[in-house]
Design a protein around this ligand. Structure first.
Ligand code: NAI
Length: 344
């Protein structure tokens, strides 16, 4: 089992090397992302192992199939970067449905606390022996209302963390969890109510046609003045221009962004010596009440090990045991949903 591993970062290699050697999977590591220009690098491999900013569109799928590549092994949960409908019947797509919901949910809370208690400002000030507290007033989370969009694995962990802070929880999900509602953990409401009543809104749903720009000018208009927006899910859930306008007009009190719609050419790379072409991102980063991290919410030791373990399990299951419960199929969110074992 030979896999071309795209968009490799140094922190990916130790766990994949160790587990690959143990289970008979060879990885050839490429720093470049997979896209139409780089797909030839997959020649001679059984599969490709890809991450969130690799592009697996129709052209890439066609070429992979021509090259004899049978499997796309995503080492992430989200799969909005794969044309699933086009892939069906041509190439198998495996993913890691969960690796550490705690990593992402805890990062969301870390960003929220940093932002509203001005920790990012305090860190800079005290390093310069500036011990003034002017402009550092925050607010208590206790008693505030947080609106969670998407109550899956990560959303639920975030809900529990927020409960620990004594917050009121509102939630919206296309497929609400009966168990959550019946346990009294959350109150499901429609999106308009969530926008109108939340002090803080945190996004934990996948990026789909329906959720694209769920935070935009119209939804921000329905929000409370001073609302805090947290996005650790996918960049295109938020219309960044609308968010910037909201920050400028003081409608948005703070924004915590681990993802950004146009992140693919910037995030994960050191661009410190370059001129940033993206004016919207540059302006957002310049704001004192905006915190941007570069898609780092997943990055914990535990998550990296789980990602490597599940990816290698998926590959070995597919090639040796003829089964992979983590195969994706556009007819359902997973092979389990469409009850067909291997999807085609
Ligand atoms: P999950 O599949 O467990 O939960 C997603 C939830 O969103 C489900 O409850 C689903 O019913 C709901 N949903 C689906 N369509 C919806 C819609 N139109 N409106 C509202 N809710 C909808 O996924 P999980 O593991 O909780 O991950 C959530 C998202 O977090 C992923 O889709 C991914 O984009 C992102 N993520 C980000 C990471 C990071 O490092 N920043 C790492 C891992 C995931």
């Amino acid at each position: 089992m030979n896999f071309a591993f795209f968009d490799t970062k140094p922190y990916d290699i130790p766990a994949f090397d160790r587990l690959g050697k143990e289970r008979g999977v060879q990885f050839k590591y490429y720093e470049t992302k997979l896209n139409e220009d780089t797909v030839e690098l997959a020649s001679g491999f059984d599969g490709v192992c890809v991450f969130v900013n690799d592009t697996i569109n129709a052209a890439v799928i066609d070429r992979l199939v021509e090259l004899g590549v049978r499997v796309v092994a995503l080492r992430c949960a989200g799969f909005n970067n794969v044309d699933m409908q086009y892939a069906y019947g041509k190439i198998h797509v495996l993913r890691v449905p969960a690796y550490s919901p705690y990593a992402v949910a805890e990062h969301a809370m870390a960003m929220l606390l940093t932002s509203i208690r001005r920790i990012h400002k305090a860190y800079i000030r005290t390093r310069d022996f500036n011990f003034s507290l002017n402009g550092m007033t925050g607010f208590d989370l206790h008693g505030k209302t947080v609106g969670i969009i998407g109550t899956g694995k990560i959303g639920q962990v975030f809900i529990n963390i927020c409960k620990g802070f004594g917050m009121n929880i509102l939630a919206y999900d296309k497929f609400p969890s009966k168990a959550l509602e019946e346990s009294g953990t959350v109150k499901y409401v429609d999106l308009d109510t969530l926008f109108a009543e939340s002090d803080i809104i945190s996004l934990h749903c996948p990026l789909t046609d329906e959720t694209y720009h769920v935070i935009d000018e119209a939804s921000l208009a329905k929000c409370k003045r001073g609302v805090v927006i947290i996005n650790t899910s996918r960049g295109a859930l938020v219309d960044a221009e609308a968010l910037l306008s909201g920050i400028k007009s003081r409608k948005v009190g703070a924004a915590c962004l681990d993802v950004y719609e146009e992140e693919s050419d910037l995030f994960f790379n050191d661009n410190s010596g370059h001129i940033l072409e993206d004016d919207t991102l540059a302006r957002l980063i310049s704001m004192p009440n905006v915190i941007v991290t570069s898609h780092q919410a997943f990055l914990t030791e535990e998550a990296l090990n789980n990602i490597a373990e599940t990816t290698v399990d998926n590959i070995v299951g597919f090639f040796e045991n003829d089964q992979c419960p983590n195969e994706l199929c556009f007819r359902g969110s997973s092979a389990e949903d469409c009850k067909s074992g291997k999807c085609f």
